[in-house]
Write a protein that binds this ligand. Structure first.
Ligand SMILES: C[C@](O)(CO)[C@H](O)COP(=O)(O)OP(=O)(O)OC[C@H]1O[C@@H](n2ccc(N)nc2=O)[C@H](O)[C@@H]1O
Ligand SMILES: Nc1ncnc2c1ncn2[C@@H]1O[C@H](COP(=O)(O)OP(=O)(O)OP(=O)(O)O)[C@@H](O)[C@H]1O
Length: 300
């Protein structure tokens, strides 16, 4: 049977503000999300057996209902009463539990893949609704591009014009961060520095990457950086190596930095990898849904 191949892309948060807390413990957010080139390869194939068979190149990652990609396939089979099963293989490149929404991206890719494989013709808006039942970052991973996310992360507005093309270095220190714990520890009403979301949207419209660098701001840094001070050292090193700006993505621990020059970005990536003895360092770029990076795509 025909196999389809999808690229489940990582995201970064250019700004992340928390504006309140709901009774159920979830936080009200206002954040600018951006897709980057780094991706997990997802291959899918229909099988006659009514099963979901999942494999991945990361041997310790669960391949059952604990995996978000498995859950996406199960949800589509149940919701649309699909008789056949599916075989999914994930080539993971996005570091796990990194603040880059790797699991959410795989989940979104499987929703899109099931829609295609089974000829369901569901609009993206329906896939975004289904996505929200599995995690608050997942609707965005279905949509992708430059997006203002509000509510608990599910109210999505495309930002036009989108983020200008630039180079992005990702550095994931070898520590794991639990998103739930970070939110639980956040004293959102005591945070002093909030992002200027409107100014960031203006800087993007002006194509001013240097200005964008000065406006990067994530209130979750107030929780994760004291737990892992190395994040601050990595940010500082990336700025010294020519970044327009550097910030922790999501709940962390990954740090990303924006660069206007490819060579400067690659050199910074090489040097940071060596200086901090970190293997998970990637030189990638901004990605726009449908339009790609606008340049020859490569992540190193
Ligand atoms: C940090 C971000 O990645 C920024 O994009 C997201 O807000 C988190 O997205 P995610 O990993 O998809 O998060 P979920 O799997 O939905 O939730 C994980 C946990 O984070 C907390 N959570 C999540 C989203 C939100 N708006 N408020 C929260 O307090 C909840 O305790 C939840 O149990
Ligand atoms: N397909 C998957 N890929 C990676 N992790 C997965 C997957 N499915 C479930 N998980 C589980 O989800 C947890 C978080 O993984 P993920 O890589 O999505 O975190 P993250 O990058 O911090 O996401 P976010 O930015 O949305 O908080 C891991 O502990 C992992 O066991």
């Amino acid at each position: 049977m025909k196999e389809i191949r999808l690229k489940a892309r990582a995201k970064i948060n250019l700004t992340l503000d928390v504006t309140g807390k709901r009774d159920n413990g979830y936080h009200e957010l206002r954040m600018i999300m951006q897709t980057v080139g780094l991706y997990d390869g997802v291959r899918m194939k229909k099988i006659p057996e009514p099963e979901i068979r999942l494999t991945s190149n990361v041997h310790w990652l669960p391949t059952d209902s604990r995996n978000l990609a498995w859950r996406a396939a199960a949800l589509m089979r149940e919701t649309y009463d699909l008789k056949e099963g599916v075989e999914i293989s994930i080539d993971k490149r996005i570091p796990v539990a990194a603040g880059l929404a790797g699991g959410s991206a795989d989940c979104a890719a499987v929703l899109v893949g099931m829609n295609r494989l089974f000829g369901l013709r569901l609009p993206l808006s329906r896939l975004e609704e289904l996505a929200l039942t599995m995690g608050t970052d997942i609707p965005y991973c279905v949509r992708r591009g430059t997006v203002l996310a509000e509510g608990v992360g599910e109210e999505l507005t495309d930002i036009v014009p989108p983020c200008p093309f630039c180079y992005v270095v990702l550095v994931k220190p070898p520590v794991s961060v639990s998103t739930a714990k970070v939110y639980q520890s956040l004293r959102w009403d005591q945070v002093e520095e909030h992002p200027d979301t409107e100014a960031m949207i203006e800087a993007m419209a002006a194509g001013d990457v240097e200005k964008m660098g000065t406006l990067l701001c994530n209130v979750l840094e107030t929780v994760t950086i004291p737990m892992h001070p190395q994040i601050e050292s990595i940010k500082k090193a990336l700025l010294e190596k020519g970044a327009a700006g550097a910030l922790m993505s999501g709940s962390g621990p990954t740090v990303f930095a924006l660069f206007t020059e490819e060579e400067t970005a690659k050199k910074a990536a090489r040097e940071v990898r060596k200086q901090f003895s970190i293997k998970d360092v990637f030189a990638t770029q901004i990605y726009h849904a449908g339009r790609g990076t606008g340049r020859k795509e490569k992540t190193e």
